[in-house]
Ligand binder design. Structure first.
Ligand code: ADP
Ligand code: MG
Length: 694
C-alpha cells in the first residue's frame, strides 16, 4: 500500500517544488505573484521557465502544453516538444520564458461568437501563474488564459479571474470602511461532483449514449430509486478499484478528493473535494472530470457526466459550495463570536441576498444548457426558480431584524437591535433543505443548480460579480457616514435590504406546485428552458453590471449569449438526428420483425381454428403507437430541414418545436418497448444498464 503523504501533489509544480528548483529570490517573487497577484517581472520569466522544464523533465515529461478552457467548456491543449535543433543532427532541450508566458495555438476552430474576425483567427494563450502547472502523460501542463489579439476573453477562465479581482476590490473597500484591515479576500469553492458509472459493453451498444451522453429512449426500469437503497450503500468491488485509481490520480495532481459515496440513483456516485481557492478549484474540477472518465475505461466502465442520462431517474448535478475568506483565514460567512463580527456576517449575507434577488436571471443562465434543462424542475434537482434557503434560526433572526422586533433564541437570549447586542448566531448546518437551489449551509452557500458537466467558472464568475456589486453599493452608502456611525448605518442597510428582498428567501418545499404559484405571486422569475434564460445575458442591467466591474465588456457578453444559444440548438438537433437514426435503423426494423412474428402466430393459430386474442391485443398495442411514431418521425425530419435565421430564433425553435415532438416520439417508443420481446429489442434496456452493469 502506498502512503498518500509520499505522493500527494507529486505531479504539480507546487510551492514546495518551486522552492527546490528556483533560486531563493525568484521563489520569493513567485510566491508574491501567486498569493498577492503581483505582476511577474519579465526578467525572471526565463528562470522560472527553465526550472519548470527541469522539474517536468525529472518527472519524465518530453512535451509541454498551454492548457486552456475555451468556450466549449472543456479543456484544450496543443503539445510541443521541449527539444529544439542545435545543429544538423543534434537537439537541446529548451524552454524559454516567452514560451511559458505566451502561446499562439492555431485555434481558429474554437467558438468565438464573432469575437475574432476570420482574418484574425489567431487566439493567444497567456500563462496564469495563480494556478499550478502539472505533469500528466509525460507532458507539462501550463494553465493559461485564452484571448483574442485585442485581449477579449475567448475562454471561461479570464472572466473568472477578472471577477475575483472585482469581488476583492469591493470586499476590501467595504471591510476597510467597517474598520477591518483586511488586505485581500479569497473566494473559496468546493464543487461536489456527481456521475454515473455503467458497463462499457452496454454503453457501446447505444448510439444515443455515445453521441449525446444520454438515453433518448428507454422504458422505465422495474425499480427506480424508491427504496433509497443505493444512497450511501456498500461500494461494489469493481467500482471500489476504480475509485482507488481515481483517488490516486487526483491526489498526485494535488486534488484533495475526499468523500466518495453512492448517490440516490442506481449506478450514481459522488466525489467531493476539500474546498480551495476558486480558480484552482475550477482547474481541479476540470481535471477531476477528465480523470473520472479516463480511469473508467481501465475497469471496463464508462463514466457518464451528462446531467440526465436516464429519464425518470435522478440526474447528476454539481453543488458549488462558495464562500469568501480573508487573508488571515477567517471565513466571512461564518457567524462570528463577537457582535462586531456578526454585523460583518450579516452585511455580507445581506449583500448576497440582494444580489441573488436582483440577478436571478444571471444565476439561472449561468447553469443553462440543453442537458441541465432536463434536471431543473424535474422534482429531483432544484427548480428553475431561484430562491435562498437560510435555515430556521437565521431566517427568524433576519425576520426579527427586518420587522424591528426582538428575537429570542432557544436559549432565551434576546436580540435587541442595538448595535452591541446582536447575539451569537449558532452554526445551523444540520438544518438542510435539499430542494433549495441556493442554500446557506452553516458557513458557506451551496449553489445546487449546476449540472454535472458544467465548467464551474461561469456560475462563480456571476456569483463573484453580483456580490461585488452589492458590497460596492453598501460601501458607497457607508462612505457618507462619519466613522462613529458606521455600525448604525450598517444595521440600517441590513434592515432595508431584508425588507426589500425578503421575497427571495424561501424555506419550504421547492418541488411543490404551491411554490411555483407562490413564486409567481412574489414576482420571481421562472426561466424554464435555456432558450428563456440565455437571452438575459445582454439585458441592459446585466451589460452595465459586468462593464462596471470589468468582468465582461458588452461584445464579450453578446458573444457568449450567441455561442450558448447556438450550442443549445445544435445539441438538440444532434439528439433529434440520433433519434431518427436509431429509430429507422435499429428500433423500427426490430419492431417490424416482432410484429411479423406475432402476425405469423396469429395466422397459424387461426388457420388451425384457434383464436389468438392475446397476440392480437399485443399486436394492436404495438401497432397503434407505431403509426403515430412514424408520422412524428416524418414531421421531425421536415422540421430539421428548416434553418432558423439567427441563434435566438434557433434556440426558441429547438425549445418550442423540436423538443416537444422528440418527447412525444420518446414516450410512444417507450410504450412500444414495454410490449416487445426482450430478445427482439435491439438495445440494452434500463434494467440491463442500471442493474446489470456491475
Ligand atoms: P454535503 O454533501 O452534505 O453538501 P459534503 O461534505 O459532501 O456535504 O460537501 C461539502 C463541500 O463543501 C466540500 O466540498 C467542502 O470542501 C466544501 N466546503 C466546506 N467549507 C467551505 C468553504 N468555506 N468554502 C467553500 N467550500 C466549502
Ligand atoms: Mg452538497
Amino acid at each position: 500500500m502506498k502512503i498518500v503523504d509520499n505522493y500527494f501533489g507529486c505531479n504539480i509544480f507546487s510551492k514546495h517544488e518551486m522552492e527546490k528548483y528556483l533560486p531563493h529570490s525568484v521563489y520569493k517573487t513567485m510566491v508574491k505573484v501567486m498569493e498577492d497577484g503581483d505582476e511577474l517581472p519579465s526578467d525572471i520569466a526565463d528562470v522560472v521557465a527553465n526550472a519548470m522544464k527541469d522539474w517536468a523533465m525529472d518527472k519524465g515529461a518530453t512535451h509541454y502544453t498551454h492548457w486552456f478552457q475555451p468556450m466549449t467548456g472543456i479543456t484544450a491543449e496543443k503539445h510541443d516538444a521541449f527539444i529544439n535543433p542545435s545543429g544538423p543532427d543534434t537537439v537541446i532541450s529548451d524552454f524559454r520564458g516567452k514560451e511559458l508566458i505566451k502561446g499562439e495555438p492555431d485555434a481558429s476552430s474554437f467558438p468565438s461568437g464573432g469575437l475574432r474576425a476570420t482574418f484574425e483567427a489567431r487566439g493567444y494563450t497567456a500563462w496564469d501563474p495563480t494556478s499550478y502547472a502539472f505533469v500528466k502523460d509525460r507532458t507539462l501542463y501550463i494553465p493559461t488564459l485564452f484571448c483574442s489579439y485585442d485581449g477579449s476573453a475567448l475562454d471561461k477562465k479570464t472572466p473568472l479571474l477578472r471577477s475575483i479581482d472585482a469581488l476583492n476590490a469591493s470586499a476590501v473597500r467595504l471591510l476597510h470602511l467597517m474598520g477591518y484591515d483586511t488586505k485581500k479576500i479569497t473566494v473559496t469553492v468546493g464543487p461536489e461532483q456527481e456521475y454515473f458509472l455503467i458497463d462499457e459493453k452496454m454503453y457501446k451498444q447505444r448510439l444515443d449514449l455515445i453521441v449525446t451522453g444520454r438515453t433518448l429512449f428507454g422504458d422505465s426500469p422495474v425499480k427506480g430509486q424508491e427504496l433509497d437503497d443505493h444512497y450511501f450503500g456498500n461500494i461494489d468491488e469493481r467500482v471500489k478499484a476504480y475509485m482507488e485509481e481515481v483517488d490516486e490520480e487526483l491526489w498526485k495532481l494535488g486534488v484533495f478528493a475526499k468523500t466518495e459515496h453512492k448517490e440516490v440513483a442506481p449506478c450514481q456516485f459522488e466525489l467531493a473535494p476539500v474546498f480551495t481557492s476558486v480558480n484552482i478549484a475550477n482547474d481541479q474540477n476540470q481535471l477531476t472530470m477528465e480523470v473520472l472518465q479516463r480511469c473508467a475505461s481501465h475497469h471496463g466502465l464508462v463514466c457518464l457526466l451528462h446531467e440526465k442520462p436516464f429519464e425518470g431517474i435522478n440526474g447528476s448535478g454539481k453543488h458549488d459550495n462558495w464562500s469568501i475568506s480573508t487573508d488571515d483565514g477567517e471565513n466571512l460567512l461564518e457567524p462570528g463570536d463577537s457582535p462586531q463580527d456578526n454585523i460583518r456576517f450579516l452585511t455580507i449575507l445581506a449583500a448576497i441576498i440582494k444580489g441573488v434577488d436582483e440577478y436571478q436571471d444571471l444565476l439561472r443562465l449561468s447553469v443553462a444548457s440543453a442537458g441541465n434543462d432536463h434536471r431543473l424542475g424535474a422534482d429531483e434537482a432544484p427548480p428553475a426558480i431561484i430562491s435562498i434557503y437560510l435555515g430556521e434560526e437565521l431566517t427568524s433572526i433576519l425576520q426579527a431584524i427586518s420587522e424591528e422586533r426582538e428575537y429570542v433564541d432557544h436559549s432565551d437570549r434576546r436580540l435587541e437591535l442595538g448595535v452591541s447586542a446582536l447575539p451569537q448566531i449558532a452554526r445551523d448546518s444540520t438544518d438542510r433543505n435539499r430542494t433549495s437551489p441556493f442554500a446557506f449551509t452553516g458557513n458557506k452557500f451551496e449553489f445546487r443548480m449546476l449540472g454535472s458537466n458544467l465548467n464551474i467558472s461561469c456560475p462563480n464568475t456571476i456569483l463573484n460579480t453580483i456580490v461585488a456589486e452589492e458590497l460596492d453599493q453598501f460601501a458607497s452608502e457607508l462612505e457618507c457616514y462619519p466613522k462613529e456611525m458606521v455600525n448604525e448605518a450598517l444595521i440600517g442597510i441590513i434592515k432595508r435590504t431584508l425588507k426589500e428582498h425578503n421575497r427571495i428567501i424561501f424555506s419550504g418545499n421547492g418541488y411543490s406546485e404551491e411554490w411555483k404559484e407562490e413564486a409567481k405571486r412574489r414576482g420571481l422569475l421562472d426561466l424554464k428552458t435555456s432558450a428563456d434564460a440565455l437571452v438575459h445575458y445582454t439585458d441592459p442591467k446585466n451589460l452595465a453590471l459586468f462593464s462596471k466591474h470589468n468582468v465582461y465588456q458588452p461584445h464579450e457578453l453578446h458573444a457568449r449569449e450567441n455561442i450558448l444559444l447556438k450550442t443549445y440548438y445544435q445539441v438538440i438537433v444532434i439528439e433529434a438526428k440520433t433519434m431518427i437514426y436509431m429509430l429507422q435503423k435499429e428500433i423500427l426494423p426490430a419492431v417490424f420483425a416482432y410484429e411479423a412474428k406475432l402476425a405469423q402466430i396469429i395466422q397459424t393459430k387461426k388457420s388451425s381454428g384457434i383464436v389468438a386474442p392475446m397476440e392480437e391485443k399485443i399486436l394492436k398495442q404495438i401497432n397503434s403507437p407505431l403509426e403515430i411514431v412514424s408520422q412524428h418521425v416524418e414531421k421531425l425530419e421536415e422540421l430539421l430541414e428548416h434553418n432558423p435565421a439567427d441563434d435566438k430564433t434557433a434556440a426558441r425553435y429547438a425549445a418550442d418545436e423540436l423538443l416537444p415532438l422528440m418527447n412525444a416520439i420518446r414516450a410512444l417508443t417507450d410504450t412500444i418497448e414495454s410490449k416487445v420481446s426482450k430478445s427482439e429489442w435491439p438495445l440494452p434496456d434500463y434494467n440491463d444498464i442500471l442493474f446489470k452493469s456491475f
